[in-house]
Write a protein that binds this ligand. Structure first.
Ligand code: UD1
Length: 422
């Protein structure tokens, strides 16, 4: 079990280059199943979740290489439609392979991802949507079986019950190869990662429009061709370094970002009184004066991102006055609150709201990380605390942050990782 030991009290100063987006790379890699020519994806972060996705692609028959952020995928001799459960269990995003596998092989069998620490996270919207696309689906012993229909329907319109990121991606990717079909997905998620998936698929020859709005239109094509594509920067990683700058009352610049993707966070920081400077591909924050409490609600994009909710909450524990954070995406994403309260924070959770009373200084202690973003929140809380903070079960963090220790140390933080950084 990994531990991260953070020495508190160091003001972060400097700039950090942001990696490619994990949440954009994963669905793009899943979509490569649809293409039986060479595909090159650049700016892919070297992370545990990416390695899991690449292992799955290899196990189903693709030839894969990954070096210096560049993934090359060559078609194998055969593609099998089964994703082994040990790999689905490791990462929910592996369910994104289900629809593409049905389209590529004619059938697929994928284990249903289980619950996780931030809520139930079922795949019912994926399954219902795929059924609407005409995929024949049965469920047996925790596996989902799918079969391609004999004929594609000419017009399909489906309204998602919630703006689910994964379900929107699943339906867009699957529909891309439904030749002769016109498919409209309504109440689609609008996240930048969905726009990136559309851009990738269109570069490979798909005909998709509307990503970034709540209505996505797909005209199915017969075949996708090999292509080269560069993944967008990781807005959640960028947000984490900016918030680490703020919690330590330092000055941090994130480089190689798309500032527009960070609007909800930057609005919140402005309301708190943080000085924000936006460049073409960079954002600078400076948190020197007294900060103000805020009321922020985590919602689907363009709302404040749920993945930064625990990290913003950590910052607000150090801001005098009462802040309120509402979580409207996941029903149970306050699992880290008891842990951060062990550091002296004063947070009370009621229903989907956290009420945070800012204190002068957190104190370093032993705490346990329940999930990836909570781990990041606890690590940056440690940076602002007196003494040393040991974050146990911290391995989650390597699912989402490339070269975490190196990047934080370059900004002036001090942390040790045991066993060695993954
Ligand atoms: C993606 C991101 C994750 C982020 C989340 C919300 C990836 C790899 N992960 O996850 O980092 O926190 O978007 O921005 O991109 N739901 C259902 N049934 C479904 C699908 C979803 O009930 O079939 C619920 C979920 O339990 C959750 C909500 O809908 O409460 C949103 O989930 P969704 O947007 O699908 O998140 P993911 O795609 O899993």
């Amino acid at each position: 079990m990994s531990q991260i030991i953070v020495s508190g009290g160091k003001r972060l100063q400097g700039s950090v280059k942001i990696s490619g987006s994990k949440n954009a790379a994963l669905p793009i890699l899943a979509a490569t199943v649809l293409i039986d020519e060479s595909v090159t994806i650049k700016n892919v972060p070297e992370l545990r979740d990416v390695n899991t996705m690449l292992s799955i692609l290899q196990r189903i028959g693709k030839k894969v290489s990954f070096e210096h952020g560049v993934v090359r995928i060559e078609p194998g001799d055969i593609i099998v439609g089964t994703v082994p459960y040990d790999l689905v269990g490791k990462m929910r995003a592996s369910f994104n392979l289900f629809g593409p596998l049905v389209m590529a092989c004619g059938w697929a069998k994928v284990g249903k991802p289980g619950g996780c620490n931030i809520g139930q996270r079922p795949v019912d919207y994926h399954i219902e949507g795929l059924k609407q696309l005409g995929i024949k689906i049965t469920e047996e012993h925790g596996d989902v079986h799918g079969e391609i229909p004999d004929m594609f329907k000419s017009h399909i319109e489906y309204t998602l019950p919630f703006r689910s990121v994964g379900a929107t991606e699943q339906l867009m990717t699957t529909a891309a190869l439904m030749k002769g079909s016109k498919i409209v997905i309504k109440n689609a998620a609008k996240e930048p990662e969905i726009v990136d998936l559309q851009n990738f698929l269109n570069k490979a020859g798909a005909r998709i429009s509307g990503a970034g709005t709540d209505t996505i239109r797909i005209e199915g094509v017969e075949k996708l061709k090999g292509t080269e594509y560069r993944v967008i920067p990781d807005r959640i990683e960028a947000g984490t370094y900016l918030l680490a700058g703020v919690i330590t009352r330092g000055t941090v610049i994130v480089e190689d970002v798309v500032p527009d993707h960070l609007t909800a966070l930057l609005n919140a920081l402005n309301m708190m009184g943080v000085k924000v400077e936006i460049g073409k591909n960079s954002v600078k924050v400076e948190a020197s004066g007294k900060l103000k409490p805020v009321h922020v609600s985590a919602e689907p994009y363009p709302g404040f991102p749920t993945d930064l909710q625990p990290i913003l909450t950590a910052v607000l524990t150090t801001v005098e006055g009462e802040s309120v954070i509402e979580e409207l995406v996941f029903e149970n994403r306050f699992g880290y609150v008891d842990e951060i309260n062990r550091m002296g924070a004063q947070i009370k959770v009621k229903d989907r709201r956290a009420y945070i009373k800012g204190i002068d200084k957190l104190s370093g202690t032993d705490i346990n990380a329940p999930d990836i973003r909570a781990a990041a929140a606890l690590v940056i809380a440690g940076m602002a605390a007196d003494g040393e903070t040991t974050v146990h079960n911290a391995g989650h963090i390597f699912r989402g942050y490339e070269k975490l220790r190196e990047k934080f140390m370059a900004l002036g933080a001090y942390l040790r990782v045991y066993p060695d950084e993954e």
